[in-house]
Design a protein around this ligand. Structure first.
Ligand code: FMN
Length: 378
């Protein structure tokens, strides 16, 4: 056999083995569009199911989806705080849990309105730890609101490829002016914005080397598509925007132990540095106080804003580490001259191409019977 023919055969074999191995591996990122809505919940009528599904498309820290729904009777539920989804290492007081539940409530209200229901709310929680947060009763009103629910289905967190153009005045007016006392835009050329860039990197470095926080992150990463499909929550490779060969490597070869290595931590910090280097600046969302009602309202406020940005080609990336690390949190207000309680730090910027949503959601499947009441896991 001549040498060229031999090399050809060996090369072909390696190629064949490589392709076979590749095809039997976890080849592509699992995204929301790949999931079928398993819908074996017989308790709820279709419009109730749809309203709760839309509510569950709310954002949450590490995509833990820290809510549950207790079914009392048709169109009458209690929205609950699911302790098993807390993030004690980065959110020890469940501040972010309540903000996420607030976002869920806002989606619920918009979705219910689009089906022609008005929501009657009754706040039940007095602390961030109370299991029963809000009672809601839906009643038919004269006509549906004209809220476009594709705003809910197409909303997503975007982390990369931000342009550095400043937000245009008409967009600032649209996003901020509805609630100017609680929503503050810091353009990227301001000293406050530069301070937040710098402190975000500092806080991420601190948090990456704080083992309980890094371990908690590891626990919420869904490395393989199989795990992503099984849990339908947490951070998937698609959600973290790890694509191509890097995504393939993570899906097939990474596990929680890798997250604890120096290399993984450093690459995470490098990534943060890259992210903060491009943006239009930051949007801060503040609250009146730290009460349960104020946190829920702030979560709602954030979601109202989040649902408005896509139509203007504007991305939002919550980066909460400054608020989660005490040494950066303590000097934030003083350094940027804001007196109110800062609850969200959102990196913002225009995008050339707006990607589709990819983060996963649990379905309305887990109907566990607890005495007379049914818990519906969303
Ligand atoms: C309270 C809160 C805190 C968050 N903090 C961060 C963060 O620090 N870094 C980040 O990349 N995303 C953060 N997010 C975004 C979530 O990771 C995101 O909402 C979740 O993964 C679901 O993805 P989606 O928003 O595209 O649906 C946060 C979201 C919320 C509601």
């Amino acid at each position: 056999m001549d040498r060229i023919k031999f090399i050809g055969i060996v090369g072909g074999t390696i190629g064949a083995v490589g392709i076979t191995t590749y095809l039997s591996s976890d080849c592509t990122n699992l995204v929301r569009a790949d999931l079928k809505q398993i819908d074996n919940n017989k308790t709820l009528k279709p419009d109730q199911r749809e309203i709760l599904f839309l509510a569950s498309l709310a954002p949450s820290g590490h995509n833990t989806q820290p809510w549950f729904v207790r079914y009392l009777e048709p169109y009458h539920w209690i929205i609950g705080n699911d302790k098993s989804k807390w993030l004690p290492a980065v959110d020890p007081n469940q501040r972010e849990t309540m903000l996420s539940i607030g976002a869920f409530l806002q989606n619920l209200e918009y979705a219910a309105g689009s089906f022609g229901y008005a929501c009657d709310w009754k706040l039940l929680a007095t602390t961030n730890q109370d299991e029963r947060v809000m009672e809601v009763k839906l009643s038919k009103k004269a006509s549906p609101n004209n809220f476009d629910i594709t705003k809910i289905t197409s909303r997503r967190t975007v982390r990369s490829n931000f342009l550095s153009d400043l937000l245009k005045q008409e967009d600032i007016t649209y996003l901020v002016d509805s609630e100017p006392e609680f929503i503050h835009y810091l353009p990227n050329n301001s000293k406050e914005s530069k301070f937040i860039n710098e402190q975000t990197i500092v806080a991420n470095r601190l948090q990456s080397y704080r083992d309980p926080a890094q371990q908690e992150l590891a626990n919420w990463i869904r490395f393989s598509s199989q795990d992503a499909n099984k849990y339908r929550d947490g951070l998937t490779t698609a959600g973290m925007e790890i694509t191509g060969i890097s995504g393939w490597m993570v899906r097939n070869f990474y596990d929680k132990d890798n997250v604890m290595t120096k290399d993984f931590r450093e690459r995470g910090i490098d990534n943060i540095q890259k992210e903060v280097s491009a943006s239009a600046g930051w949007i801060l969302i503040t609250s009146q106080d730290h009460s349960v009602a104020a946190l829920l309202e702030t979560g709602r406020r954030m979601e109202r804003l989040f649902l408005k940005v896509r139509e203007r080609n504007i991305a939002i990336h919550p980066m909460t580490q400054i608020l989660e690390e005490s040494s950066t949190r303590d000097k934030l207000n003083r350094s940027i001259g804001i007196e109110e309680h800062i609850q969200f730090i959102l990196r913002t910027g225009y995008l050339k191409n707006y990607p589709q949503p990819v983060s996963l959601r649990r379905t309305l499947i887990g109907v566990a019977f607890v005495k007379e009441n049914r818990f519906i896991q969303t």
